[in-house]
Structure formats: structure tokens, C-alpha cells
Design a protein around this ligand. Structure first.
Ligand code: NAD
Ligand code: UDP
Ligand code: UDP
Length: 321
């Protein structure tokens, strides 16, 4: 069989860089497209020597003419700090980016996967969240550029599927963590670990009773690849994540325990529209993909802590962050 050529948009980001690495290991040719808004060269430097790997600086809100077989559409800032920095650009990236990548897939008759999100469920009043739940999303709040942008991208995927018979795949990713998260992107796992390692107080927003379910990056990448390589008649949307649910207080305590830090816990105001609880219903992922997350929070945190320890210990300027 000919070598599969995959395009990964957002390939220099946290998840994208792990995906590029995995696809190269599977023997594919990989084109990484990124505008380096939140992505970093340091995430993909180690792949640059591989002849089957190529990087292109490009913003997906503009048309892209390349030749590939599979498209993984991950381009989009994912942390609230980053996606709220330029909310108009966030919506453009989700919506115009999706249109351009779908147009590309249509011209090439390529298979295309969308990295959607649990944020399409908003602040859910159904718990845990199955794919059939339509969500409770504020259309005009500070998180809306991301939540509604991702919802509109799903709409576009399903309209291209119905109207143009495109082969689509939609995965709804729940909170994922691991090495190469951006240390300053404000997400809870990276914040807590960096705070613990640098002796700063751990910042809990609100009273810390809100919950999230955390998936380790390797588990998530395995699910994404299975989804892409699965039968064409399974489009999703399918939830991908880990169903073990933790309060932010419990997460802070676990990070303090595993780092041996002496950090105090301090409480800060809860951001607007911060969901109170979140846990994926993973029944569909199990039955359709034969997949479930296998990394425990402790094992995943230990690997992530090792990554951030090296980053924090590196002399200033030695590691591009
Ligand atoms: P990230 O910020 O590390 O990666 C996003 C990448 O997209 C970055 O490399 C960034 O430079 C690039 N990018 C942003 N706008 C772009 C544009 N207009 N053109 C080209 N490139 C652009 O975030 P991540 O955690 O790796 O997330 C990857 C994808 O997965 C995102 O689409 C995100 O919405 C989705 N997702 C992630 C999580 C999670 O917990 N990590 C959860 C749900 C969904
Ligand atoms: N597009 C692209 N690369 C391609 C083909 C299309 O970036 O190889 C973009 C192009 O900007 C277009 C969009 O995808 O506007 C949607 O394409 P589609 O064919 O669905 O619609 P149309 O060309 O009619 O706008
Ligand atoms: N959070 C926190 N302290 C931090 C960063 C985040 O308590 O330093 C909380 C945040 O309010 C939210 C949860 O942790 O309730 C997860 O936040 P994150 O930004 O990682 O993801 P999302 O809200 O998008 O699920």
C-alpha cells in the first residue's frame, strides 16, 4: 500500500506534536501546518530530521492547497487564557479554518477528522455527558468564541458529510494533559504543577468543588488514530477522555503529594461560565473504537511533572517556551 500522507493542523501544539510523532512512528508522511500562535518549535524540533516530516507556517483561516490523504484538524488555541486573548480570531480559526479544511478534503476526497471538545456541552445539566446531549452553552459570554466556534465547526462537518458525502470523523475531547502543555496557558494541570515546582501558592478558582475528568495524552492520541482508521460509516461525534472525575481540590492535593511541594493552597474568583462538573460518557468510544483510557491520574501526572521539572530547571533561554 502507498504511504499515507497526513496533514495535522495545529501540529506544533501540545496534542498536535504528539499526533505527528505517532503518525511518523506508524510510517506515514506528515505535514504539520501551524501559525505558531500557541504552538512551539520546541515541540517538534526532535522530528525535523525525519525525511517523512515537513512543517509549514500557515494560518488555517486562509485557503490551503496541498495534497494529502488524511486531515487531522487541530488548529485552535485550547486554553481559556489563549482563546480569550483574541476571541474574534478564535472564532475565525474554528469556523473559517473548518471551511478551508473541509474544502481541501472535498477537492482531494480526503478523510478529515475534527478535534472538537467537551465544551460543546457547556455547563451541562446532564451528567455524565453522552454524545446525544445537546449541551447548555452561553452564546454571548467570554467562552463563547471557543464553545460556539467548535459547535459551528461540528455543524459544518455534518453539512459537508450530508451535502458533499465527505468522509468525516468528529471526536469530542475532554480535558487532556501531559508533556508539552504550554507552561503559561493557564490550564489547571500545568498551572498546579508549575506552581508546585516553583514554590508558589496553588491557585484554586472558586471553592475547588468543581470537577473535571483528566485524560493522559497518549491515551487520547491512540483514540484519535483509531477513529481516523476506523470504518467510514462511523462519523462520531464520539467522546474521548477518561471517566475518573476529580474536584480541583483533590487535584491540587495530588499534585502537592507527587511533587513533595510545600505550596499553600489559595482561593481566587471563579471565572465566568466555568462549568461546575464534567465527565464523559465513554460507552460509544468503548463499543465503536474498542478503546478506553488506561493511564491512571497518578501515572500521567508523574510523567507530566518530570517534563515540567526539566523545563523549570533549564537555564533561561535554553528551552524555548
Ligand atoms: P494548543 O494550543 O497546544 O495547540 C493548538 C495549535 O493550533 C497551536 O500549535 C497553535 O499555534 C495552532 N493554531 C492556532 N490557531 C491557528 C491558526 N489559525 N492556523 C494555524 N494554526 C493555528 O492546544 P491543544 O491542547 O494541543 O489542542 C489541540 C486541539 O484539540 C484544539 O483544536 C483544541 O480545541 C482541541 N482540544 C484540546 C483539549 C485539551 O484538553 N488539550 C480538549 C478539547 C479539545
Ligand atoms: N479550499 C482550500 N483548499 C482547497 C480547496 C478549497 O483551502 O484545496 C478552501 C477555499 O477557500 C474554499 C473553501 O475551502 O472557499 C470551501 O471550499 P468549497 O469547495 O466547499 O466551497 P467554495 O469553493 O464553493 O467556496
Ligand atoms: N482552575 C483552577 N486554578 C487554575 C486554573 C484552573 O482552579 O490555576 C480551574 C478552572 O476554574 C476550571 C478547572 O480548573 O474549573 C479546569 O480549568 P482548565 O482551564 O484547565 O480547563 P476547562 O475549564 O476548559 O475545563
Amino acid at each position: 500500500m502507498d504511504t499515507i500522507r497526513s496533514l495535522v493542523t495545529g501540529g506544533a501544539g501540545f496534542l498536535g506534536s504528539h499526533l505527528c510523532e505517532r503518525l511518523l512512528a506508524d510510517g506515514q508522511e506528515v505535514l504539520c501546518v501551524d501559525n505558531f500562535f500557541t504552538g512551539r518549535r520546541a515541540n517538534i524540533n526532535h522530528l525535523l530530521g525525519q525525511p517523512r516530516f515537513e512543517v509549514m507556517r500557515h494560518d488555517v483561516t486562509f485557503p490551503l492547497y496541498v495534497e494529502v490523504d488524511h486531515i487531522y484538524n487541530l488548529a485552535c488555541p485550547a486554553s481559556p487564557v489563549h482563546y480569550q486573548h483574541d476571541p474574534v480570531q478564535t472564532t475565525k480559526t474554528s469556523v473559517h479554518g473548518a471551511i478551508n479544511m473541509l474544502g481541501l478534503a472535498k477537492r482531494l476526497q480526503a478523510k478529515i477528522l475534527q478535534a472538537s471538545t467537551s465544551e460543546v456541552y457547556g455547563d451541562p445539566d446532564v451528567h455524565p455527558q453522552p454524545e446525544s446531549y445537546w449541551g447548555k452553552v452561553n452564546p454571548i459570554g467570554p467562552r463563547s468564541c471557543y464553545d460556539e466556534g467548535k459547535r459551528c465547526a461540528e455543524t459544518l462537518f455534518f453539512d459537508y458529510y450530508r451535502q458533499h458525502r465527505l468522509r468525516i470523523k468528529v471526536v469530542r475531547i475532554f480535558n487532556t494533559y501531559g508533556p508539552r502543555m504550554h507552561p503559561n496557558d493557564g490550564r489547571v494541570v500545568s498551572n498546579f504543577i508549575v506552581q508546585a515546582l516553583t514554590g508558589q501558592p496553588i491557585t484554586i478558582y472558586g471553592d475547588g468543588s468543581q470537577t473535571r475528568s483528566f485524560c493522559y495524552v497518549d491515551d487520547l492520541i491512540e483514540a484519535m488514530v483509531r477513529m481516523m482508521n476506523g470504518p467510514d460509516d462511523f462519523t462520531g461525534p464520539v467522546n474521548i477522555g477518561n471517566s475518573d472525575e476529580y474536584s480541583m481540590i483533590a487535584l491540587a492535593q495530588e499534585v502537592i503529594r507527587l511533587t513533595g511541594a510545600r505550596s499553600k493552597i489559595i482561593f481566587e474568583p471563579l471565572p465566568t461560565d466555568d462549568p461546575q462538573q464534567r465527565q464523559p460518557d465513554l460507552g460509544l468510544a468503548r463499543s465503536a473504537l474498542g478503546w478506553q483510557a488506561s493511564t491512571s491520574l497518578q501515572a500521567g501526572l508523574e510523567k507530566t511533572i518530570r517534563y515540567f521539572s526539566d523545563l523549570v530547571a533549564a537555564p533561561a533561554g535554553a528551552t524555548e517556551i
